[in-house]
Every structure is written in structure tokens, then in C-alpha cells.
Design a protein around this ligand. Structure first.
Ligand SMILES: NC(=O)c1ccc[n+]([C@@H]2O[C@H](COP(=O)([O-])OP(=O)(O)OC[C@H]3O[C@@H](n4cnc5c(N)ncnc54)[C@H](OP(=O)(O)O)[C@@H]3O)[C@@H](O)[C@H]2O)c1
Length: 285
């Protein structure tokens, strides 16, 4: 395998820069998180995506400190739990996030889900709290996750800060293009969660065909497709060889034809693997 070149950064609408490739820790058990993040840092990842609901923020902070890295050398995102959308709860939950991570500030804090059927559909007052956190400098950038176009329109119409990112399910089987294009038009950068659809796209003959021809793995081909489309990605793996494989994306390129063939795999709503943000209403215990 060739050596890895530097991960590009993307400048967000508030001027802050985010590494385009990171490491996701959804479904990494809390007791395994410090080890998994330590391995990712060792490989060279400098962007970690966690959330209150993953219950593993503590391990993320621990691994960064143990690696001897300065706080500003690693970009860390966390997200507000679905249980804490009411403003006072959101403030308390954010304090708890900083405590768990052992940080004075996070680089990016997101509303994890819009929950339009809960809290009287009021994610606006929740967003106002994130605006406060940004003002205080304790969340350097703020954004949303799983917001659909009408949810974004409401924030744009009723609040002051335009979200820096919208983190949405996006992979070759679910392009989510209406949401992505709306973001692009309004300076909201798209982060693609489940970038390899938790593995579901890796056996697709279009992808295995391109991978075989380029002598790359299917995961590398799909992640490279995201990178060339400008998406921010943070694949998750607790398998050391895959953690390394998923980082080796910057010494090859896909042709326009290969990009178009992968984009052509879109299945629309049928390709969705996770919850639908319009109806998702789960609150953790
Ligand atoms: N905002 C949201 O609502 C939301 C929702 C879901 C995810 N996310 C974020 O997005 C991140 C990534 O999404 P995800 O974890 O759902 O899915 P993903 O990154 O698309 O896929 C992870 C799965 O694919 C496997 N895998 C990873 N690399 C592989 C490779 N090179 N070859 C074959 N299999 C590979 C992993 O297995 P092993 O671990 O066994 O290697 C794991 O089962 C999350 O960790 C989280 O940070 C956000």
C-alpha cells in the first residue's frame, strides 16, 4: 500500500476548517472507544464524530489525551441527545458533553435529530441554545443532523445563525439530493453518515467492478466517491486493517465515468437504511 497524503480541509460558513475525512464512533461500545480512537489517531485521523447518545464521549477525550495531542490538533464533533431538546435541558446536556470529553470546547455541536413530532415540533428554541453556545465559544461551530428541507427553511427564516453543516444519511443507495442541494445553495455543508451504508453497498457489482479495475477495495472506492463529491465523511470501523484502509483515499482518483456510475446506483427512499427524520421520535432511556 502506498503512503497516505494529507486529509483536505473544508472551510465552513463561519470560517472554521474541518478535516474532510474523520472517524465515526456510533455503535462503538463505551469500554472499547478509547482503544478504537487511539488506533484511528495512530493511523492519522484528526477528526472524531461522537454523540451524547453513543455514550462514548468519555473514551474519545481519553484517547486524545493519551495520544499526547494538543486539543487543537483533533477536530471533535458531538451531538445533543434526543431527550434534551428543551432549552434548559440542552444547556445542561452540553455542560455534560464537555465534562465527559474533558474539554473546554467542542469544534462542532449538532442537534442530532429534528424530532418534528415531539416537543411541539419546536427545534427552533433548541437551536437558539446552540447559538448561545457558539456565542460563548464553547461550541466553535454549530450545525444540525437529519434535518429535512422544511426544517432547514424554518431555521433560516426564524433564527440568526445558519447551520455550518447538516449531517444526513448519504451513500450510493441514498443520494438524499434534495437536502444536499438545499444545503449547498445556503452554505450548509453536507456530512454523509453511514457513508458505506454500513457495508450494504460494498457487494454492488458496479462498485466491485471499479475496485477490481483500480486495485482498490470497494470501501475505498465509495469513500473516494464521497470525497470527490465534496462530502465530509467519517466511516466507522473497529477492525484495525479497515481503519487504515478507510484512510488511504488520497493517492488515487475516480474518473467522471466512474463517479457517474456510482451516482447512478441511487435507490431513493428505498435505499434508506436508517430512520426517516420526518417520523423518528425515539428518546433514549
Ligand atoms: N447523525 C446521525 O444520525 C448518524 C447516524 C448514523 C451514523 N452517524 C455517524 O456516521 C458514522 C459512520 O456511519 P455508520 O457507523 O453508521 O456506518 P458506516 O461507516 O457506513 O459503516 C460501518 C460498518 O461498516 C463496516 N466497515 C467499515 N469499514 C469497512 C471496510 N473498509 N470494509 C468492509 N466493511 C467495513 C464496519 O465494520 P467493523 O466495525 O466491524 O469493521 C461497520 O459494520 C457513525 O460512526 C457516526 O459517527 C451519524
Amino acid at each position: 500500500m502506498s503512503t497516505v497524503s494529507t486529509v483536505p480541509t473544508i472551510t465552513l460558513n463561519d470560517g472554521h476548517e474541518i478535516p474532510q475525512l474523520g472517524f465515526g464512533v456510533f455503535q462503538v461500545p463505551p469500554e472499547e472507544t478509547a482503544r478504537a480512537v487511539a488506533e484511528a489517531l495512530e493511523v492519522g485521523y484528526r477528526h472524531i464524530d461522537t454523540a451524547e447518545m453513543y455514550r462514548n464521549e468519555h473514551g474519545v477525550g481519553e484517547a486524545i489525551r493519551a495520544a499526547g495531542l494538543e486539543r487543537d490538533q483533533v477536530y471533535v464533533t458531538s451531538k445533543l441527545s434526543n431527550g434534551f431538546h428543551r432549552p434548559d435541558d440542552a444547556r445542561r446536556a452540553f455542560d455534560q458533553t464537555l465534562k465527559q470529553l474533558g474539554f473546554d470546547a467542542v469544534d462542532l455541536f449538532l442537534i442530532h435529530w429534528p424530532l418534528p413530532t415531539l416537543y411541539d415540533g419546536d427545534f427552533v428554541s433548541t437551536w437558539r441554545v446552540l447559538e448561545e453556545l457558539k456565542e460563548q465559544g464553547r461550541a466553535r461551530s454549530i450545525g444540525v443532523s437529519n434535518f429535512q428541507v422544511p426544517h432547514l427553511e424554518r431555521l433560516l427564516n426564524e433564527t440568526d445563525v445558519v447551520p455550518a453543516v447538516n449531517q444526513i444519511e448519504l451513500h450510493p443507495y441514498l443520494l438524499n439530493d434534495a437536502v444536499r442541494s438545499f444545503g449547498e445553495e445556503h452554505g450548509i455543508h453536507t456530512e454523509a453518515w453511514s457513508p458505506i451504508a454500513q457495508g450494504a453497498v460494498l457487494d454492488d457489482p458496479v462498485i466491485t467492478g471499479i475496485a477490481g479495475r483500480l486495485d482498490r477495495t470497494p470501501a475505498q472506492v465509495v469513500l473516494r466517491w464521497h470525497i470527490q463529491r465534496g462530502n465530509i465523511v467519517f466511516p466507522k470501523s473497529t477492525t484495525p486493517s479497515r481503519v487504515r484502509e478507510n484512510f488511504e483515499l488520497f493517492d488515487f482518483e475516480l474518473s467522471d465515468d466512474d463517479l457517474a456510475a456510482i451516482t447512478g446506483l441511487d435507490k431513493g427512499e428505498q435505499g434508506r437504511t436508517g430512520a426517516n427524520p420526518d417520523t423518528f421520535a425515539w428518546i433514549p432511556d
